[in-house]
Design a protein around this ligand. Structure first.
Ligand SMILES: [Zn+2]
Length: 173
């Protein structure tokens, strides 16, 4: 479904955006001998979180911004968009509700800072890892633009403000 999934490895391992196919990410983890501790969703869209119920059944801890967690937990398909991908509405519990400024400490000096970036969805977040200066943007920022803002909960003005924050107000096209 063209969702990028990332393993971030400290003493514990986080998966950023499981995507839609649990087998695919778990097989990739096995390939690198990775035991998954938690997943963090950048936002509530089904193509990023469809694999969540299977991971939760395995005891993996779940995290998402509190605003998108509410959409996920209530099975609000207008926001989660399972139907758009030909799937049933998703209903699962999110264990840790995140806010901007929170940190996810994976141990071993590996910390992900939560940056609240509403616009694509109300509870979209970017995750920043300061040692490698890596920013995991979900659908907030792409290499050549920003994520769609025409779905319910989307807001182009909010996204433009985030873009200016990231790129310093320059027009990057
Ligand atoms: Zn999205």
């Amino acid at each position: 479904m063209e969702c990028n999934a990332y393993f971030v490895v400290g003493q514990r391992v986080a998966l950023i955006d499981p995507g839609i196919n649990p087998r695919r990410v778990l097989d990739k983890g096995r390939e690198y001998n990775i035991k998954l501790n938690c997943f963090i969703n950048t936002h509530c869209h089904f193509d990023h979180i469809g694999a969540a119920p299977a991971l939760l059944r395995m005891g993996v801890e779940s995290m998402a911004h509190e605003l998108d967690s509410a959409a996920i937990e209530s099975g609000d398909d207008d926001l989660v968009l399972g139907g758009l991908f030909g799937k049933k509405p998703l209903e699962c519990r999110i264990g840790r509700k995140l806010r901007g400024g929170d940190e996810v400490d994976l141990g071993g000096g590996c910390v992900l800072e939560v940056v609240h970036t509403p616009g694509h969805t109300p509870g979209s977040v970017c995750l920043y890892e300061p040692v490698t200066k890596s920013l995991f943007t979900g659908d907030t920022v792409f290499a050549d633009g920003v994520g769609r803002t025409d779905f319910m909960g989307g807001d182009l003005v909010q996204t433009e403000e985030e873009r200016k924050m990231v790129f310093g107000g320059e027009d990057v096209g």
